[in-house]
Design a protein around this ligand. Structure first.
Ligand code: G16
Length: 545
């Protein structure tokens, strides 16, 4: 195995703790940072193989996104900026878990199975979030790439979606944009300024937005981007990564799960606010009303706002394009009913994980996908983009159609179609509100969420829970689903499900019902069922106060 000489030498510096096994989960590997050095090195190797196999640039992002600061993780990015395919997720798991002396055999297996020509060139783009552990873990990835003769470009500190964007730009030879941060900022800010030019009565007050940066990379990148907006948007930044701890009592996941504002943000009644998560691929909006009541506008409300806007423009433009919305089991029942019954758009449900939603959204002319946690984007088919472009340039159409086509064209340019992107999503939402002259309160009142609650339960092995029907029903352990069904029947308009998390060592529980008390009670009862039937560890779940 002469070709692996360097691998053998360097892998000794990134050795695997014997017996440690990890799984490529919902969004790559995630665990405590101190267990990840060997995984990073091996993902550098794997990305190089993937690059040789696809003859394209591959991305490696070092981040654990919404997880606590002490964790870290890694995700691989495929040529069009998408998540890596399931086969290669499998290879990633095999390679990460091969014991030290079996590493070269594991590499060889992949090379043979995929018929990889090792003399092909390889190119890998790497980025990282702001976690203290990310810098040295990035070095491990770089070592892996160089061992197999790959070329690497280290972008340093970038948001996850920015790295996805760079990979897509590189592999489309500039057609999608320029693979630099400057290129990203210019493309998005130009589209945003063009769109908001169409907004009437867009006062400074309406341009003002409070942003919670989760003390992460999104805050740093928003600071860099500010100058590009030319006063079209005025962002006041909180949890800006200068002093606070990443994701601690702040960020999109905290706000969504706890249904309360982040710490450290001073909110006037009615003021529009939003939160990014730790690597800026998710966003949620919110405001406090004059009675001090908190209103959350999550991924479902975002999908509704964007799909309504796109549908209106498509009708105005006279284009025949099908719009669909892709959701997961976490989607609030009210949002699904509104989209299907009032908006008359196709709604699909997939398993959790943007990779599943992204795939489903590709089936439509325009696929709007959002998880309730605020992770999502919009995909336009090639044919849809061409029709929009042609109409925007056609001199023989009415002003109304032309105007709609131009708005659509700039919206396409504002959206990061590689993956869900909090910065891009925020700009799309701000533009839609401005163009439609809509307040956050009007947006919120499109439909009323069913009260809901999301909780976690610790069990000794979360793999004992297996699910079906897009994670809406548990197949194992025996008796769990029957118990959930019985509990759900006790409450009006109720629904509940459980699933093992793919990013944290917990089982997630979701419940919704006609009142918050019922949703809380149901969620607690389902937690107890999981604890009792799926091997709960630690304290028995307590009822919510
Ligand atoms: C990741 C995935 C999301 C998923 C979330 C939670 O988000 O990219 O699609 O919804 O994890 O997944 P789970 O419930 O399996 O833990 P992020 O923002 O952490 O990368």
């Amino acid at each position: 195995m002469a070709q692996f000489e360097d691998v053998i030498l360097k892998s000794a510096l990134h050795s695997k703790p014997k017996g440690l096994t990890l799984q490529y989960g919902t969004a790559g590997f995630r665990t405590t940072a101190k267990h990840l050095d060997h995984v990073m090195f091996r993902m550098g190797l794997l990305a190089t193989l993937r690059s040789k196999r696809t003859k394209s640039t591959i991305g490696v992002m070092v981040t654990a996104s919404h997880n606590p600061e002490e964790d870290n993780g890694v995700k691989l990015i495929d040529p069009m900026g998408e998540m890596v395919t399931p086969d290669w997720e499998g290879y990633a798991t095999q390679l990460a878990n091969a014991e030290q002396d079996a590493l070269c055999t594991a590499l060889n297996d992949i090379i043979e199975k995929e018929s990889i020509n090792m003399s092909e060139k390889a190119s890998v783009f790497i980025g990282r979030d702001t976690r203290p552990s990310s810098e040295s873990l990035t070095q491990a990835v770089l070592d892996g790439v160089s061992c197999l003769g790959g070329e690497s470009k280290d972008y340093g500190l970038v948001t996850t979606p920015q790295l996805h964007y760079m990979v897509r730009c590189r592999n489309t030879h500039g057609c999608y944009g320029t693979d630099t941060l400057q290129g990203y900022y210019q493309k998005l800010s130009h589209a945003f300024i063009e769109l908001t030019k169409n907004a009437q009565n867009h006062t400074d007050d309406q341009k003002r937005l409070l942003l919670d940066g989760a003390n992460g990379i999104g805050a740093l990148k928003m600071r860099e981007m500010e100058t590009f907006f030319q006063s079209a948007l005025q962002v006041a930044l909180f949890n800006d990564c200068c002093s606070g701890k990443l994701n601690h009592l702040c960020g999109a996941d905290y706000v969504k799960v706890h249904q309360r504002p982040p710490q450290g943000m001073v909110m006037d009644p009615g003021q529009r606010c939003c939160s990014f998560d730790g690597d800026a691929d998710r966003i949620v909006y919110y405001f406090n009303d004059s009675a001090g009541c908190f209103h959350l506008l999550d991924g479902d409300k975002i999908a509704t706002l964007i799909s309504t806007y796109l549908k209106e423009l498509i009708t105005q433009a006279g284009l025949n394009l099908q719009i669909a919305v892709v959701q997961t089991a976490y989607a609030n029942g009210s949002s699904t009913r509104y989209l299907e019954d009032i908006m008359k758009v196709t709604v699909c449900c997939t398993k959790t994980g943007v990779k599943h939603l992204h795939h489903a959204a590709q089936e439509f002319d325009i696929g709007v996908y959002f998880e309730a946690n605020g992770h999502g984007t919009v995909l336009f088919s090639k044919q849809a983009e061409e029709q929009i472009q042609e109409l925007a340039q056609n001199p023989n159409v009415s002003d109304e159609k032309k105007c709609a086509a131009k708005l659509l064209k700039n919206t396409v340019n504002l959206i990061n179609q590689a993956t869900g992107d909090a910065i891009s999503d925020m700009l799309v939402i701000e533009a839609v509100l401005a163009v439609r002259g809509m307040t956050v309160q009007e947006w919120d009142s499109i439909y009323t969420d069913l009260p809901n609650r999301q909780l976690k339960v610790k069990v000794s092995d979360r793999c004992v829970i297996d699910t079906t029907d897009a994670e809406r029903r548990a197949v194992t352990p025996a008796g769990l689903q029957d118990t959930i069904d019985t509990l759900v029947k006790k409450y009006a308009k109720a629904r509940a499900f459980v699933r093992p998390s793919g990013t944290e060592d917990v089982v997630r529980v979701y419940a919704e019902a006609d009142t918050q008390e019922s949703a809380d009670a149901l969620a607690h009862e389902v937690c107890l069922a999981v604890y009792n039937l799926a091997g709960g560890v630690g304290e028995v779940p307590k009822p919510l106060k």
